[in-house]
Write a protein that binds this ligand. Structure first.
Ligand SMILES: [Fe+2]
Length: 398
């Protein structure tokens, strides 16, 4: 069965697997923490709705508080690979500021948006629209993305590195004349999500260190702290008309806005989406729309978190480096459907926190994900590892 794999490289790749569609984890004992109402979807199957495990900002910033129980509940073997942080000072307004700019960016004249494109980075910096290929083989015209590194405008000036790792080492492209507010808003929100993510990474290290030894400077916090290649993605889903929505409705999860995938980096920060109808903010038009996660036992559950919360998901690299103490989960975003969704646009933001391209990763001898990528007794940099991962999916595709 062809499956869709989505990476933060802005590439959607198909690959075929005989059995399990996603890398299996070493932990198989998922238990449903909470019983909530169920939600029906296009397949008329019902799915439990689960609230994310939450950690308050005041607890998170205190390095003396033991948050192991919460980390385990959210990211551990029985968790969903996601948790959210509440009461982050300034977050709500920074989220609003940036997400309100998303439709304005998307509605810039085509020639202005063209100036923001960067084919040399395979559209992994600046504006990207219609560059991703859907499972149907057609370009994805439903959404536009704007990518930038919120911390460094110029991660490196080394021409070799820029050519070698264009998706990490490219330069930011800001609409300095057509939408100057974007740079300020993007950097402010991206840096805040990074700062909070680093606090979370500290507590992840504390939790993981109870089960395995972490060498000095090799924990998640330090790896992310010294990385030069964090990447923010502002996503805009264009308003669709009823006829298009019906096409989406006729399909299943894989034909929705964002296919099933696991993030391949370390930690992904997410905001709740903002919906607008004719420029006016509106509630989500379809209660079934949103984030779905596949559990260890292949259950599909809908996961919800508050508008004023930052959600964080574990990526594959964090799972590998933590020997499975932190667990990534396949997830998927389901588009709103039905008459109410007609004419409604959607904006959201994600920050992909990942190791530096030059970071030597101390992979375990026994890897439960992508084990074929590792040569015996050899460490890879994150850049090399990412290349191998991309090669793997391209080879599977071709
Ligand atoms: Fe994702």
């Amino acid at each position: 069965m062809p499956l869709l794999y989505k990476t933060q490289f802005n590439s959607q790749l198909f690959y075929n697997l005989a059995s399990s569609p996603f890398p299996s984890t070493s932990n198989q004992n998922f238990s449903c923490r909470i019983t909530f109402p169920t939600m029906s979807c296009s397949s008329q199957t019902t799915f439990p709705i689960l609230r994310t495990v939450t950690i308050s900002y005041s607890d998170l910033k205190d390095r003396n508080v033991d948050l192991s129980t919460k980390i385990e509940e959210g990211f551990g073997s029985n968790g969903l690979g996601i948790l959210s942080v509440t009461d982050v000072p300034g977050f709500s307004s920074l989220r609003q500021n940036l997400l309100h700019l998303s439709p304005r960016l998307a509605s810039l004249p085509e020639e202005k948006k063209k100036e923001l494109e960067d084919p040399n980075t395979r559209y992994n910096f600046g504006w990207s629209h219609g560059k991703e290929i859907l499972e149907s083989g057609k370009p994805d015209l439903l959404k536009g993305s704007f990518y930038a590194n919120p911390v460094l405008d110029v991660p490196t000036t080394d021409a070799y590195l820029i050519q070698r790792y264009p998706h990490y080492c490219g330069l930011n492209i800001w609409p300095v004349n057509s939408l100057p507010e974007l740079e300020v808003a993007f950097k402010a929100l991206g840096k805040l999500i990074l700062d909070v993510g680093l606090m979370l990474a500290y507590h992840c290290d504390q939790y993981v260190s109870k089960g395995m030894e972490i060498n000095e400077n090799e924990g998640l916090e330090q790896i992310l702290l010294r990385s030069r290649c964090h990447k923010g993605r502002l996503l805009y889903y264009f308003p669709v008309q009823l006829s298009t929505i019906n096409c989406i409705q006729d399909g299943n999860f894989s034909s929705s806005w964002c296919g099933w995938h696991t993030d391949h980096g370390s930690l992904t920060g997410l905001t709740c989406a903002m919906f607008k109808r004719e420029g006016v903010e509106t509630p989500c038009p379809d209660s079934a729309a949103g984030l779905y996660i596949k559990t260890r036992t292949d259950q599909i559950v809908k996961v919800v978190f508050g508008e004023d919360e930052i959600a964080y998901q574990i990526g594959e690299t964090a799972e590998i480096l933590s020997r499975g103490y932190l667990c990534a989960t396949p997830h998927c975003v389901l588009a709103p459907k039905g008459v109410e969704a007609s004419g409604v646009d959607r904006s959201t933001f994600a920050l992909f926190m990942q190791p530096d391209w030059d970071e030597k990763l101390n992979f375990p001898k026994e890897m439960h994900i992508h084990k074929e990528l590792m040569l015996a007794n050899r460490s890879l940099t994150f850049g090399e590892y990412s290349d191998k991962l991309l090669d793997k999916y391209y080879n599977l595709k071709n």
